[in-house]
Design a protein around this ligand. Sequence first.
Ligand code: ADP
Ligand code: ZN
Length: 622
Amino acid sequence: MPVGLAGETTVGPGEDDPARAVLHSVFGFHAFRGPQAEIIAHVLEGGDALVLMPTGGGKSLCYQVPALVRPGVAVVVSPLIALMRDQVEALRQLGVRAAYLNSTVEWREAEAIEQAVAAGALDLLYVAPERLVTPRCLDLFDRSRLALFALDEAHCVSQWGHDFRPEYLQLSLLHERYPQVPRLALTATADHRTRADIIRQLRLEQARIFITSFDRPNITYRVTVKDNPRQQLLHFLRDRHPRDAGIVYCMSRNKVDDTAAWLAAQGRDALPYHAGLSSATRQAHQDRFLRADGLVMVATIAFGMGIDKPDVRFVAHLDLPKSLEAYYQETGRAGRDGAPADAWMAYGMADVVLVRQWLDASAAPDAHKQAERAKLEALLGYCETPRCRRQTLLGYFGETLAEPCGNCDTCLDRVDMWDASVAAQMALAAIYRTGERFGAGHLIDVLRGEAGEKVLRFGHDQIKTFGVGAERSKREWQGIYRQLIALGLVSVDLETHGFRLNDTAMPVMKGHKRLQLRRDPQAETTRALRGRRGRAEASTLSASPMAGDAALLFEVLRGVRAELAKEQGVPAYVIFHDSTLKEMVTKRPTDRATFATLTGVGSGKLERYADIFLTVIRSQSK
Ligand code: ADP
Ligand code: ZN
């Protein structure tokens, strides 16, 4: 019978606000975040709400707290069947009476859950959308007292979005059938079309809309120029995330397999994930990722929605994402728990060439193609910007960040711009004088005066530009060509990959127009990375290395947590988040009263785990 411990919410002394009392005694949190309090108050008064918050913003509490305060069962509609079990398990660990109904639940168990719902013995019920609209389920709801409906991942109702689920369209019936039950729609997708769709399709015209900033201040954004991408990735992992869980995105299945195998050979726990693997393998790998400590998942974008793991510490891109929207979604899977996390991308000439080719291939003037092109231009613009990355990203989504963020590579490491007019003149002239047929390798040989076989064969040692750029390294010239392509001065032939001059190149080539370029930073080395730590990191323990015995205690606590998680078959974060373990290290509680003050320790977890962890802390603190 999947009904957990008693769900009473003991009201602590001086807590006459029932929502705050639940926050404290059940979740072990000290304060509401952002608009949570306002949203919860609105729902407790019976109002409908549309909640738009970024991933990790704290959407779940907006319905979980009212679920415990209002009488009756709260029904949570979620498309992510694979995750319902973990979500319900996390609630049970808190002592909340929760269950789920979806196609993985056997009928006998389903029947028991239904009885519990009708008897008012459950606080939260998670339901798959296709299940909810069945007569059987609706009949159950007719007979039950309902606290609220929470429609999670509400953007699934929109055909504009990326995760359209036709079953979601039927959810409008909730409004007609249960007009007195408050409804909350929640999503991390902010764009206007999707929002309008949600309101219309789910009949939320009367709902109050709550929008927060989409900024994710705990994520450090970095874009690095590809040199030797695997080594760069390895440096990044060794330096910043030697034991953390994270995701590495690649474009192709082959590259995913190769990269995962290579990382494993380097001693990293890494697994591949892509649509070419059997669904059993994919499921097994996803489970390992959710349950194991510190696994690196190398994946195509098939590894996507519903990576609900709160302690993903980094998302790395070895290939360009499809768009900035996709990039923000993918990197948004890092740091849901609010602790410092990295979004790291390596990109280079080949990526820029590819995007430029897509751009030229979609040269048709129709509106759709134009929109596509604008998206690709924005992506290149983000990669090459000398400005704050976060300002660029948020600006793209229509939000203004007044000051540079101080937590991205361009903020942390000064970006030098230089007057590249003369160098660009040379680079463009080399293209022109060799007949607009060659790619970077050959052009750079000509510029640097390297008379190899190919240069001699074409007689390019005889032209005026031969050797004029000898004083610049190959790498510098590559950076120059990459930026000329990104800026659209140079395009790339789809078949021959030869560089060609666009009209915009002419004034620069003729010296009529000056050109500023970004100076590429030196290749990321271990030493260079080590010197730079983001603002967010400085303010918390997370990424800063802990000193000797603190680090030891943390590892011991992690081990205890891992064992408890394994015993119960749940992800480690369901027992305690890293941040709670870190608080144990800094506060070293030795009695239950102090243990109860830790963030994330409510009465349920106090009962279950205080003694186990207190014993460990005491024995390590002697
Ligand atoms: P979302 O669903 O918006 O992506 P979650 O609801 O999963 O975000 O919350 C993200 C993380 O923040 C979770 O680990 C959650 O426990 C934590 N959290 C949410 N609200 C609070 C709060 N008021 N105080 C402390 N932690 C919170
Ligand atoms: Zn910045």
